[in-house]
Design a protein around this ligand. Structure first.
Ligand code: BT5
Length: 303
C-alpha cells in the first residue's frame, strides 16, 4: 500500500505529536481540542507505526517509533527551513518528488518520498531511488533574476556538501565522497519566466542499496536518514538565506574551497557545444571558467 500525507503547521495529528509526554487532558487543553480529537490523533500516529502508551504521571509516551515518518520529516522541515516551507507532502512511494512538485506548482512546498519508482536525473537519466535513501524536492520562489538561478543550483550543492563528512562538490552540483557520487541535485524551473518557481530536487544515498552497475561510481552514508535530512535542511536554509540577502561573493568563495573540479582538466558537454580544458575557477556569475570560456551548465567529465 502507498500512503500519502499532507502536513501543515496547524495539522491536528502533527500538533498532538509535538505535544506528547502529556496526558490526553493536558494535550486537549493546550491545543484547544477535544479529548476525542487527541485520541483520534494518537490512533493515527499508531497507524504510522508509533508505539504509544499512556503512562501514569507522564501521559502519552512514545515507546518506539519508525525510522522515518511524515511527522518527523515535517518537524525537521518546519524547524530548519522556517518560512521556506509551508506544506509537507509525504509519500511512502511516489513516481518522482520533482514530478509531484511540478504538477502541484506552488512555492514553499516540500515533497518527500521513502522510495521513488521513476526518480530522475538531468536529461531524462534515471536516479535509483530504493527505500532507505533520502529523496525530496523543495519549491521556492526566490527573489532572484533568471540569470541568477545557476547560483541557486551551486548554492544547493555547496549546502549538501557541507552537510556530509568528507564530501566535495563536482561542478555544477554533484556531491562526491572520494570520487564517488553520494548525492545528485536536479533543479528545474516552472511557472512564468519573470517570476519562476524553482524545484530543487535532492537525492542522497543513505541506507538504500546501490545497484551493481553503479558500484564503482556511487557510494552511500552510514548515518540515520532523519539526521541527514536535519543537517541538509539546516545548511540549505543557512546558504539560501545568504544568497537571498546578496552574499553570493561569500558563497562563491566557499564553493571554490569545496569544489574538486577546479584545477582539473575537464570536458563539459552542453546542448550546443563541448568545452575542453583546464577548469580555472568560478566567475562572479557562477559560470565555470574553462581556459578563457565560461559555461553555466552542462555535464562535466574529468579527462
Ligand atoms: C542527478 O542527475 O544527479 C540528479 C539526481 C536528482 C535526484 C533527485 S531525488 C529527488 C528528486 N526527484 C527526482 O525524480 N529527482 C530528484 P544526473 O547528473 O543526470 O545523474 C544521473 C546519473 O547518476 C545516472 O545516469 C547514473 O549514472 C547516476 N546515478 C543514478 N542513480 C544514482 C544513485 N542513486 N547514486 C549515485 N549515482 C546515481
Amino acid at each position: 500500500m502507498t500512503y500519502i500525507m499532507k502536513i501543515t503547521r496547524d495539522n491536528t495529528v502533527f500538533r498532538v505529536y509535538k505535544s506528547l509526554n502529556a496526558s490526553g487532558e493536558e494535550i486537549a487543553r493546550k491545543l484547544g481540542i477535544s479529548r476525542t480529537a487527541v485520541w483520534k490523533a494518537i490512533e493515527k500516529l499508531r497507524e504510522w507505526n508509533y508505539v504509544i502508551e499512556s503512562r501514569k504521571g507522564v501521559g502519552y509516551t512514545i515507546i518506539s517509533k519508525p525510522d522515518i515518518s511524515p511527522f518527523e520529516v515535517a518537524d525537521v522541515a518546519f524547524k530548519n527551513l522556517k518560512e521556506l516551507v509551508e506544506e509537507v507532502w509525504y509519500y511512502t512511494e511516489v513516481d518522482s518528488t520533482n514530478q509531484r512538485a511540478r504538477e502541484y506548482g506552488k512555492p514553499n512546498t516540500l515533497f518527500f518520498a521513502e522510495k521513488q519508482t521513476l526518480g530522475r536525473g538531468r536529461m531524462g537519466r534515471k536516479w535509483f531511488s530504493e527505500r532507505g535513501g533520502l529523496y525530496f524536492s523543495l519549491t521556492l520562489k526566490p527573489r532572484l533574476s533568471i540569470e541568477d538561478i545557476p547560483k541557486l543550483t551551486l548554492t544547493t550543492g555547496l549546502a549538501v556538501a557541507k552537510s556530509i563528512p568528507n564530501a566535495k562538490v563536482k561542478w555544477p552540483n554533484d556531491v562526491l565522497i572520494n570520487g564517488k557520487k553520494v548525492c545528485g541535485i536536479l533543479c528545474e524551473l516552472i511557472g512564468e519566466v519573470e517570476q519562476p518557481i524553482v524545484v530543487v530536487g535532492i537525492g542522497i544515498n543513505v541506507k538504500n542499496p546501490i545497484p551493481k552497475e553503479l558500484e564503482d561510481k556511487a557510494t552511500n552514508l552510514s548515518l540515520n536518514l532523519i539526521d541527514v535530512f536535519d543537517y541538509v535542511t539546516k545548511n540549505l536554509y543557512r546558504y539560501y538565506s545568504k544568497l537571498f540577502i546578496g552574499k553570493w561573493k561569500d558563497i562563491r568563495r566557499e564553493y571554490i574551497e569545496n569544489c574538486e573540479t577546479i584545477g582539473k582538466f575537464v570536458k563539459v558537454k552542453t546542448l550546443s557545444k563541448v568545452y575542453e580544458g583546464l577548469a580555472k575557477g568560478i566567475d562572479d556569475d557562477g559560470a565555470l571558467i574553462i581556459n578563457r570560456e565560461r559555461v553555466y551548465a552542462g555535464e562535466c567529465f574529468y579527462i
